[in-house]
Design a protein around this ligand. Structure first.
Ligand SMILES: *[C@@H]1O[C@H](CO)[C@@H](O)[C@H](O)[C@H]1NC(C)=O
Ligand SMILES: *[C@@H]1O[C@H](CO)[C@@H](O)[C@H](O)[C@H]1NC(C)=O
Length: 418
């Protein structure tokens, strides 16, 4: 009885919401918040009738048991449907990668949860924070969209296409396959009728967005979906600098950069799939396509890219580490400043990202899942406001838009770092 009542209230509440318009939604936020509070009170009252998880994202394991996590356990996704909404946020989790038998064995012994779904059974539900929060104060634009969280268990920056039975290795690397299968299943769960899809991801998940966005958008289009696809890469804009001893003086750092060699090895170990257009332009150096600056080239021959928004801390801790730079070592300061400048230039000079960049001058890593993600401000705007502006525009930038790349000296914006 109570359960039926809740469902009716929930459905009728959602039908009041002009879910497909970002602007209308903001205008009526006050009213919505009141309704929302009311709904929350009702939900609490119905708690015992409906169970504690009605408003959480629920785990679904993939039906295709061939497409698995590294260790052969089922891959999957967490979904919270917002009945009545045609907007979807699909989020790719991050967590580094491994690129050899030895590094993957080590990862398995220390971070098994990033390679296996063995323990997911204990976490059937997720609440969602930041851009996946259901709280309009924490997530003003996307709180009532459909939310999908895809756990990262392929250790391949979402690029792999290597079945263990093909390679003879202990582990499979199936990042691209997992994404494909998840989207195939989501189509039957309402995505087929979606109007807006934001593919977001942090860290290795951010690289995953850069690597998969154009292909995914094409696949959805081929499946006759009318959805407008956009991407949001958080902390995945890694830049391609070489070692100064290798000749070049322009784009080099004194420290031995590990990035290219690591990616080169990973790409072959995972049978990595990179964007077609970039692969065509770099036939002998396909590994370069793990770097956004090579993917989002715009020349007369490139196809029109699916709009991408990049969030990047200019002094991203993981990027600094890849170049052997420690933020805590005073001797590394010049290298850190140089790298920050290179990241800034790379973002500023990538035409495809015109007005689609938010880059605070901070030493930090990732933002989208933080419950305080709106506190970071550049040019008077937080990331959510910058994304709203970008959604109002065509996604290719307008003549008058302001660059949100901070020029100040690096700040430590991480309260838990000294
Ligand atoms: C899984 O792989 C086997 C071959 O190993 C194949 O015969 C089977 O059709 C595959 N299943 C799916 C659902 O693709
Ligand atoms: C971006 O590039 C333009 C033109 O090259 C320059 O005027 C501007 O100062 C640059 N912005 C940043 C943040 O570096």
């Amino acid at each position: 009885m109570f359960r039926v009542f809740t469902v009716i209230v929930y459905v009728s509440f959602l039908s009041l919401v002009p879910v497909d318009s970002v602007i209308d939604l903001k205008e009526s936020l006050e009213e919505l918040t009141t309704q929302y509070t009311h709904l929350a009170r009702l939900a609490k009252a119905c708690y015992h009738a409906t169970g504690p998880h009605v408003f959480e994202m629920k785990l679904h394991k993939l039906a295709d048991r061939n497409v698995t996590c590294n260790d052969g356990t089922a891959a999957g996704y967490y979904l919270r449907k917002a009945h009545g909404s045609k907007r979807w946020v699909v989020y790719l989790e991050g967590g580094g990668f491994c690129n050899s038998a030895a590094s993957c064995e080590y990862r398995y012994s220390t971070m098994k949860e990033l390679m296996s779904s063995d323990k997911w059974g204990n976490v059937q539900y997720k609440t969602g924070t930041g851009i996946l929060s259901r709280n309009p104060r924490e997530n003003p634009t996307w709180w009532n969209a459909n939310h999908v969280f895809i756990p990262y268990c392929s250790s391949d920056a979402w690029s792999g296409n290597a079945f263990s039975w093909q390679t003879g290795e202990r582990f499979s690397f199936l990042g691209t396959k997992i994404l494909e299968r998840v989207f195939e299943e989501l189509m039957f769960k309402g995505l087929y009728h979606a109007k807006h899809l934001l593919l977001a991801g942090s860290s290795a998940g951010g690289i995953g967005v850069i690597l998969n966005l154009d292909r995914l958008a094409r696949r959805l289009q081929m499946a006759a979906l009318k959805v407008q696809v956009r991407g949001l890469a958080d902390s995945g804009w890694y830049i391609d600098l070489t070692d100064c001893t290798a000749g070049g003086k322009q784009n080099c750092l004194p420290a031995q950069p590990q990035n290219a060699a690591m990616i080169l090895q990973g790409m072959s170990y995972w049978r990595g799939v990179v964007p077609d257009d970039c692969a065509r332009r770099n036939p002998k150096k396909k590994w370069r396509c793990y770097f956004g600056e090579h993917v989002y080239r715009t020349d007369s021959k490139s196809p029109k890219h699916t709009p991408l928004f990049v969030f990047q801390w200019l002094y991203d801790i993981e990027q600094l580490k890849l170049f052997g730079i420690s933020v805590l070592n005073p001797n590394d300061k010049q290298s850190a400043l140089f790298l920050g400048m290179k990241v800034k230039d790379s973002l500023n000079h990538t035409k495809a990202l015109r007005c689609a960049v938010f880059a605070p001058s901070c030493v930090s890593h990732t933002i989208l899942m933080r419950d305080d993600w709106l506190k970071t401000v550049v040019g008077g705007k937080n990331l959510n406001q910058a994304l709203d502006d970008w959604y109002q525009s065509s996604g290719q930038g307008s003549a008058s838009c302001k660059s949100l790349i901070e020029t100040a000296m690096p700040q430590n914006c991480e309260s838990n770092l000294d």
